[in-house]
Design a protein around this ligand. Structure first.
Ligand code: PLP
Length: 305
């Protein structure tokens, strides 16, 4: 698989508030992996694309919301690696298309198929999948958010790619697939800390299950923090928007409002509250998602600079 640079840079973030505690923060710029298939979506797709090619599939089919980073990544990957792509989109069609769906369909040729929110809930049912096969022909199925065993295998490489000692590794969580790969990659050493982008407390259970399904072992050097979802998935508050704008201005690193902005806001808050021991070395994974900013700004009046 081409498109991935050898090592993804770790960028040190200097803050006077961290100096006092001698805490070192580094951002692993996975957002720079690929211009379209960015961050963890590249990690999650990589071995799935290899598998789909090996098995001779011509089409990829997946599920997502109208602003989904995963939908755009699958569309871009299909274009680059020669697969037709079908995106099953939650909810009614809304015109004009938002930037995510416009790029997915018009630039990358993804076929969009809208299903009602109630029907969308059946996305994992075999009868629904069979009806999709009847409609679209055979396809390689990628679940919503892209998390499966091969996705987790790809995310293990996030850890293998790091050539520096550290104490904590942090990642934003949607399905928890990325954090699962990170935890497996740590092999029980150091600590992994997830920040949930969604409301609810299903993540710890799901992640334990993913890890168990992957290789039957469980670890206890990880946890998920659910205090920084800002009201739920894709919900924001003014202090989050200010943080994201301020962070970009001071450090030159853009963050998205759905995932990475919430994680970094959480890390700063936890440093402030003394959660991390003095002299901790923290690596925060920039999982990408920057494509979503344009659509977010369209809806909320250009609040993100
Ligand atoms: C999809 C996504 C996540 C969530 O990844 P999971 O593996 O589903 O937990 C985190 N950050 C960004 C930027 C994403 O696009």
């Amino acid at each position: 698989m081409t498109g991935i640079s050898d090592r993804i840079p770790l960028q040190r973030i200097y803050e006077s508030a961290f100096d006092e505690k001698k805490i070192q923060l580094f951002i692993k710029r996975e957002d720079m992996i690929h211009p379209v298939i960015s961050g963890n979506k590249w990690r999650k797709l990589k071995y799935n694309l290899v598998e789909a090619k090996k098995k001779g599939f011509k089409k990829l089919l997946t599920f997502g919301g109208a602003y989904s980073n995963h939908i755009l990544s699958v569309a871009g990957a299909g274009k680059e690696y020669g697969f037709e792509t079908i995106g099953i989109i939650r909810g009614e069609e809304s015109l004009p298309l938002n930037p995510t769906l416009k790029t997915s369909s018009q630039k990358f040729g993804m076929q969009l198929h809208y299903v009602s929110r109630s029907k969308y809930k059946d996305k994992n049912d075999s009868s629904f999948i069979e009806s999709l096969r009847a409609q679209f022909g055979d396809f390689y199925l990628l679940p919503e958010g892209g998390t499966n065993v091969l996705a987790i295998k790809g995310c293990i490489e996030i850890v293998e790619d790091i050539d520096m000692d550290f104490d904590y590794i942090c990642s934003s969580c949607g399905t928890g697939g990325t954090l699962s790969g990170i935890i497996i990659g740590l092999k029980g050493s150091k600590k992994a800390l997830g920040f949930s982008a969604l409301k609810g407390d299903f993540l710890e259970k799901d992640i334990s299950q993913f890890i168990h399904d992957y290789h039957g072992i469980n670890y206890n050097n990880w946890s998920v923090n659910s205090d920084f979802h800002f009201g739920g998935y894709a919900k924001v508050k003014p202090e989050l928007i200010s943080f994201i704008n301020d962070f970009k201005e001071r450090h030159g690193i853009p963050l998205d409002p759905i995932y990475t902005g919430k994680m970094l806001f959480g890390i700063y808050d936890l440093v402030d509250k003394g959660y991390f021991e003095n002299e901790s070395k923290i690596i925060a994974i920039h999982t990408g998602g920057l494509q979503g900013i344009e659509g977010f700004n369209e809806r909320y009046g250009g609040v993100i600079q």
